[in-house]
Unconditional design. Structure first.
Length: 125
């Protein structure tokens, strides 16, 4: 489901992400992540660190009375079109955008663009 932690991702997913990023024209250098590639032994220490991944489909502003009136089956319209990319947020920071796909009857997100530092600062969550 969206917004839940996914600790079952394969360790080689970064290779797939790099390919998808290259195809989408996204640029994210190790410097953007604050990583010195000359110090890969220290980077290996972080490989098992759990991080919270959230995919935001959209947002809505509701008045308090409208929230109280929500029931099972209520529909909340989001301020985002279905054709727009979804935001991928890691530990509260916007990292990428993507598109919702279905894989083996499960929702998934295909990363279409990793945002560099300048792009992340332009898009305030």
């Amino acid at each position: 489901m969206f917004g839940e932690d996914r600790t079952d991702l394969q360790p080689d997913a970064s290779a797939e992400t790099a390919v998808a990023t290259e195809e989408a024209g996204g640029q994210l250098s190790p410097e953007d992540l604050g990583v010195d590639l000359g110090d890969s032994a220290n980077l290996d220490l972080l490989m098992d660190v759990d991080m919270k991944l959230t995919v935001e489909l959209g947002r809505a502003r509701l008045k308090f009375r409208d929230v109280l009136n929500l029931t099972s089956g209520s529909v909340v319209e989001l301020a985002k079109l279905t054709s727009e990319p979804v935001d991928i947020i890691v530990n509260g920071a916007l990292l990428a955008t993507g598109e919702v796909v279905v894989v083996d009857d499960h929702f998934a997100v295909r990363i279409t663009k990793l945002l560099n530092r300048v792009e992340r600062l332009k898009r305030v969550l």
